[in-house]
Every structure is written in structure tokens, then in C-alpha cells.
Ligand binder design. Structure first.
Ligand SMILES: Cc1ncc(COP(=O)(O)O)c(C=O)c1O
Length: 375
């Protein structure tokens, strides 16, 4: 059966060119980068070349990039370091962050290590920046602001340039989870005043198990993994050399075709909006679907009935992959914390469609037809 994959916010397919760049580091260049003989040196050189590529694309110094195992690890590292090493005792975040952020913040709070404030959301799920400024103004403690760039479930984009300026004005540390936007947007970190930023290769046609943490130079932070001097003492453990090479290659390739991809993928999203609106009565779109939204993500609320509640399962049976929330939530009981956070009184069945450059208009026609039949 032909399958249609509309869950690219959960993960993307690995680009064959990325795999090709990675393969030699599983085969002939298998050395441990910490070894001093030639096998080790060639692996080390590959890591440092990858670091340079990533740093150049973000307009930062190579020493500001730490390779990690995933976006979740990067956010854990940043948030823990802000509390433990930078003296933050207050965290400002939102209720619709990814659990990698929320659960880390809640754990630190449960340990009595910080206070937590949740910034208000606007009616369509944006960060209320006036409230954010009020929280920063009235905070008398060293504060960490951790707010994501794009929400993975509804696609809303926050203005991280402005949030960075606010944090600078009030002397707060700023971490942004850019897992859904790294390599999907032009991020110039000379303009975005983040102290920390998390990214993950598998969201942009790179390998799973390969992430980065950007940490601004000069921050006196310590690792969370101990036992080796890898990653300039920031992350102990033998490096995932092929994964690191794949991270840089995927990032580079994505940026090469960035402009065409944005235009094409946004046109796919607009086409789904148009087709679904015409075909299915009483649907709504969660979050902001305009310019302040991720061009890859569309979250649709279907009217509640027996058929819509079975929709994602029946689409799966028909070979169509979509998500009922984020990948970590789909299938879980209790619904999405993001939809509940933005629409506490709404009852709709949320389905997330997320697109990549490999999707087509024909696929959308098929999916909309199937949804009409199923409903
Ligand atoms: C916004 C966001 N943050 C963090 C993560 C976690 O990234 P990783 O899968 O690399 O741990 C995800 C992945 O679902 C995400 O969408």
C-alpha cells in the first residue's frame, strides 16, 4: 500500500545525501575521535569540520556549539545549567512548551530549586509579550526565560528577536527551543539574543540521535554528563561521529534550498487549508495560520463525533500518517497539553498535519478525499 507521510514535525526522512556523507564514519573512518593515531584524527577532524559548518550557518563561533544526543538533552543541559551555574532562581516559561522544557522546569521546581511563572497566551496561542515584560519587570531574582521559537503542535512562531531584547533589558538568561525551526528558518544568532538554543537533526532530514546546544561564549556552565573531556568538557561520552557529520550535512543542504522549500511547503499548507475548508463543515484551525506560523505545521480541530474520534486511526489504516498531537502524545490518553493550554474550554478533535518538501498536491487531494469519506 502506498503511504502518505504528513507527520514531518514528528520526524523527517533521512536525505540520501546525508546518509552518504555519514556512511564512511560507520565504515572506513570508524576511529574514536579521542584516539591520537590517524583513525582518531580523521574522526576528530570530521567533528570539528561539522562544528564549523553549523557555527557558520548560525553566525556564531565553533566553540559555542556542543553536539548532543537530541533536542531534549540540549534543553535539559541549558535549563539545568541556568539554575545550577548561572544563579537563576526564577523560570519564566509557557504552558505550551515541549515536555523536554516543561518537565525539566517542573522537576527543578519540585526540587525546590526555582520558582516558576507561566506567561499568558493570547487567544490564538501566541506569547503575550506585554505579560512577559510585566513578569520580567517584577522579578527580583535572577531569571531564566525559556520559550520555544515554534510550537510543534500548532506551529505558532514567537518573536525571539523581541523576546531576546526584553531578556537583555531585564538582565535575564534566554533559552529557546528551536527544534522545529533550526534549518527551517534563517537564524542569525548575532541578531537573536539567545544565551542558549536547542536543535535536533531529525527534524530537517538529518539523523535521529543528533542534536546541538548553542551556548553563548563566556557562560560559566558545567556539563550534566561526566566521565570524559569530549565536547570541550561539556559532554562526556564518545561522540556520535556519523550523527554529527549528518547534522552538519543536513543543515547545509536545507539552507541551500531554503527559499524554494519555504515557498513550496507553505503553498502545500495553504492548499490543505483551502481544500479542507471547502470539504468539511465546522472545522477550525488551531493556533495562528498566518505569517506568524510555521509553514510546515497545520493543526485542524474537527467537530467531535464517533467518526472524528477514530479519524487518525482510520487514516493510518488507509496508509496516511498524521498526528493527534505531538508524536510523544499521539496514542496517549488525556489529550494535548498544548491544545488544552490555548483552548481550555474547547472540545474538538485535533489532528496535526506537517509537511516536507517531499509531499505533493496530489497527496493532499487524496488525504482530503479520504477524510471526507471517513467523516
Ligand atoms: C519543539 C520540540 N522540542 C523538543 C523536541 C525533542 O527533540 P528530540 O526528539 O531531538 O529529543 C521536539 C521533538 O518532538 C520538538 O518538537
Amino acid at each position: 500500500m502506498e503511504r502518505i507521510y504528513f507527520d514531518n514535525a514528528a520526524t523527517t526522512s533521512l536525505d540520501p545525501e546525508v546518509l552518504k556523507a555519514m556512511m564512511p564514519y560507520y565504515t572506513e573512518h570508524f576511529g574514536n575521535p579521542s584516539s591520537i593515531y590517524s583513525y582518531g584524527r580523521e574522526a576528530r577532524m570530521a567533528i570539528e569540520a561539522a562544528r564549523k559548518t553549523v557555527a557558520n550557518l548560525l553566525h556564531v563561533k565553533p566553540g559555542e556549539i556542543t553536539f548532543t544526543s537530541c533536542g531534549t538533552e540540549s534543553s535539559n543541559l541549558a535549563i539545568n545549567a541556568a539554575i545550577r551555574d548561572l544563579g537563576c532562581t526564577h523560570i519564566i516559561t509557557s504552558t505550551i512548551e515541549h515536555h523536554a522544557t516543561l518537565h525539566t522546569v517542573q522537576f527543578l521546581h519540585s526540587m525546590g530549586l526555582c520558582e516558576v511563572s507561566y506567561v499568558n497566551l493570547t487567544h490564538d496561542g501566541h506569547i503575550d509579550v506585554v505579560h512577559l515584560e510585566d513578569l520580567l519587570k517584577s522579578s527580583h531574582q535572577k531569571t531564566l526565560v525559556t520559550l520555544m521559537h515554534a510550537n510543534n503542535e500548532v506551529g505558532n512562531l514567537s518573536d525571539i528577536v523581541y523576546i531576546g531584547e526584553l531578556c537583555e533589558r531585564y538582565d535575564a538568561i534566554f533559552h529557546s527551543d528551536t527544534v522545529q525551526t533550526l534549518a527551517h528558518f534563517l537564524l542569525d544568532l548575532q541578531e537573536v539574543k539567545v544565551h542558549f538554543m536547542s536543535g535536533s537533526a531529525h527534524k530537517f532530514h538529518g539523523p535521529k540521535g543528533s542534536g546541538i546546544l548553542f551556548a553563548r561564549q563566556g557562560l560559566p556552565i558545567k556539563p550534566i554528563l561526566h566521565g570524559g573531556s569530549q565536547e570541550r568538557n561539556m559532554r562526556a561520552g564518545t561522540e556520535n561521529v556519523a550523527g554529527i557529520v549528518g547534522f552538519a550535512k543536513a543543515f547545509e543542504l536545507n539552507m541551500q534550498s531554503h527559499h524554494e522549500d519555504v515557498v513550496y511547503i507553505r503553498s502545500l499548507k495553504n492548499y490543505v487549508i483551502e481544500k479542507l475548508t471547502a470539504a468539511i463543515p465546522d472545522i477550525i484551525f488551531h493556533g495562528d495560520i498566518g505569517e506568524r506560523s510555521l509553514y510546515t505545521v497545520l493543526n485542524v480541530g474537527f467537530p467531535v463525533n464517533d467518526r472524528s474520534e477514530m479519524l487518525s486511526i482510520n487514516l493510518d489504516i488507509a496508509g496516511i500518517c498524521v498526528s493527534g498531537g505531538s508524536a510523544c502524545n499521539s496514542g496517549a490518553q488525556g489529550g494535548s497539553h498544548v491544545i488544552k493550554g490555548i483552548y481550555p474550554h474547547e472540545s474538538k478533535v485535533p489532528i496535526r498535519f506537517s509537511f516536507s518538501k517531499h509531499n505533493t498536491f496530489e497527496e493532499i487531494d487524496k488525504v482530503v478525499l479520504k477524510i471526507s469519506e471517513l467523516l
